[in-house]
Design a protein around this ligand. Structure first.
Ligand SMILES: [Zn+2]
Ligand SMILES: [Zn+2]
Ligand SMILES: [Zn+2]
Length: 88
């Protein structure tokens, strides 16, 4: 049973990744594993399997709650504060 989440319920259009790279890792030449796009501001960051975990850091700094996977073929969104996950 998924957690109830008003953040995911409020999303009608998924913001796609503007660039297929982590906005922070490219500055430092770091590597990433998977990419996630913030659904509040549209910036793309690396996932928690990546050494720098920039998507989680972005949430902690900005409190933008929802990310979408930016990986080709993946169609899901995740809410950090509610730990809620939904496919679309
Ligand atoms: Zn939520
Ligand atoms: Zn990164
Ligand atoms: Zn954001």
């Amino acid at each position: 049973m998924p957690n109830p989440c008003a953040h995911l319920d409020a999303i009608t259009d998924i913001k796609p990744a503007k660039a297929y790279e982590c906005a922070e890792c490219v500055k430092t030449g770091s590597r990433w594993v998977h990419l996630r796009t913030c659904q509040e501001c549209g910036i793309t960051h690396c996932c928690d399997n990546s050494p720098n975990k920039h998507a989680t850091k972005h949430f902690k700094a900005s409190h933008h709650p929802v990310i979408a996977s930016a990986e080709p073929g993946e169609r899901w969104v995740y809410c950090f504060p509610d730990e809620a996950f939904a496919e679309y």
